[in-house]
Ligand binder design. Structure first.
Ligand code: PMP
Length: 427
């Protein structure tokens, strides 16, 4: 049993010594002391179904034995910097990761986070093209350093960073967007930005395939092929941010961009890549990667032996346990059941997403799509009491984010929906 400090003690320390900007879920924040696969345990030993997965981070399950074994084997031998000396763990994982990529995407740059990966990808695009302008989508989240905060396009995540060279295109949002599900109409806005907001030449375009922080918004069909064509014509590079949608989470595909049938020039990733271990990567072509030889570039710990040992174990577990297929089968069942709830409750305005990246948007008026923010918080709180943890997001904070470990079972999915059903029925 857990004998450490209580939740109240931790909260007091956090208030005294940690960033005042740290936020937490729930009126009484959970003190999570153990994790096992899709379950989390609090200090009293109470079990919760983890349907948020540390923000789409845990793909294999918490404390997956194969991942732990790989990490501990490596750390018992050596942990050190990625650069300067050779170590097989780094090279082995780079090779395995490259084998999961389409086209000529086979050069891997490791980082410690998604922010770093996107910063690097944007810099590479600017170096390669000699241009500065980058287009990203409204409602996107790409990170919190200067460049990526510029590409991020939700005011609640932005400080007053200098925005030079970042243009934000209309979001191809099938639920709230002006053109509904017509991806090609939204893509025209990117061409307009190129024509009227730049010299006609751009460094690149960056987007998620399914916006995570933005509230699980799947880009309207046919959007990316049209945009990628415009960007290529303008000499730019296309960057796919797979920080949340990668590693089989969408079920139908290993990478989110594949759902739109495109091949990017650069793919950025983090979160699921290490099942919770800090690791990120940019994968690109040898030709594009060459630009970084113009100066010295290195990252002390990005892709260090322990983190890449974790990464390799993650890829093996996804394959061995057929987690992508599980994300597809169980995720489809979960989506079907959530969609049925929408018929039962007026407050559910939309159910969307793919595989194990699902969103449920609550509105107090279906016609006006008025965000039901308070109700969203209430349902989350009640579901926690029933033992189910889900996330929330979206600009208005009225979208449930369901991004569990990919080992979620059909029974877990049913329990989640039953808990949501019960809570909504009591409102
Ligand atoms: N891109 C996306 C799509 C993300 O969701 C996030 C994190 N929420 C990031 C980039 C930034 O990753 P990190 O927090 O690891 O810097």
């Amino acid at each position: 049993p857990y004998t450490g400090p209580s939740a109240a003690d931790i909260l007091a320390k956090r208030k005294a010594y940690l960033s005042p900007s740290l936020f937490h879920f729930y009126n009484k924040p959970l003190n999570i002391v153990d994790g096992k696969m899709q379950y989390l345990f609090d200090e009293s030993g109470r079990r919760y179904l983890d349907a948020f997965g540390g923000i789409a981070t845990v793909c294999c399950g918490h404390c997956h034995p194969d991942v732990i074994k790989s990490i501990t084997n490596q750390i018992n031998r050596i942990q050190h910097t990625t650069v300067v000396y050779l170590n097989h763990a780094i090279a082995d994982f780079a090779e395995a990761l490259a084998s999961k990529m389409p086209g000529n995407l086979k050069v891997v740059f490791f980082t410690n986070s998604g922010t770093e990966a996107n910063e690097l990808a944007m810099m590479i695009a600017r170096l390669y093209t000699g241009c500065n302008d980058i287009i990203s989508l409204r409602n996107a989240y790409h990170g919190n350093a200067a460049g990526t905060m510029g590409a991020t396009a939700q005011s609640n995540w932005k400080f007053n960073v200098v925005q030079t060279g970042v243009h934000h295109a209309l979001n191809p949002d099938p639920y709230r967007g002006v053109f509904g599900s017509d991806g090609e109409k939204y893509a025209k806005d990117v061409q307009d930005l190129i024509d009227f907001g730049t010299s006609g030449h751009v460094a690149g375009f960056i987007s998620e395939a399914i916006q995570g922080v933005g509230g699980i918004i799947e880009l309207a069909p046919n959007y990316l092929p049209a945009v990628y064509a415009s960007i290529k014509k303008a000499g730019g590079l296309c960057i796919a941010d797979e920080v949340q949608s990668g590693f089989g989470r969408t079920g139908s595909h290993f990478w989110g961009f594949e759902t739109q049938g495109v091949v990017p020039d650069m793919v950025t990733m983090a979160k699921g890549i290490g099942n919770g271990i800090p690791l990120g990567a940019v994968v690109t072509t040898p030709e594009v990667a060459e630009v970084l030889t113009r100066r010295c570039y290195f990252n002390t710990f990005g892709g260090n032996p322990v983190c890449t040992a974790a990464g390799l174990a993650v890829l093996n577990v996804i394959e061995k346990e057929k987690l992508q297929n599980n994300a597809f089968v169980v995720g489809s069942h979960l989506k079907e059941r959530l969609t049925a709830l929408k018929d039962k409750y007026e407050i559910i305005g939309d159910v969307r997403g793919r595989g194990m990246m699902l969103g449920v948007e609550l509105v107090s008026d279906r016609q006006l799509k008025t965000p039901a923010k308070a109700e969203t918080l209430h349902v989350m709180e009640q579901m926690k009491e029933l033992g189910v943890l889900i996330g929330k997001g979206g600009f208005h904070g009225n979208v449930f984010r369901i991004t569990p470990p990919l080992c979620l079972t059909k029974d877990d999915a049913d329990y989640l929906v039953d808990a949501m059903d019960y809570t909504l029925s009591k409102m």
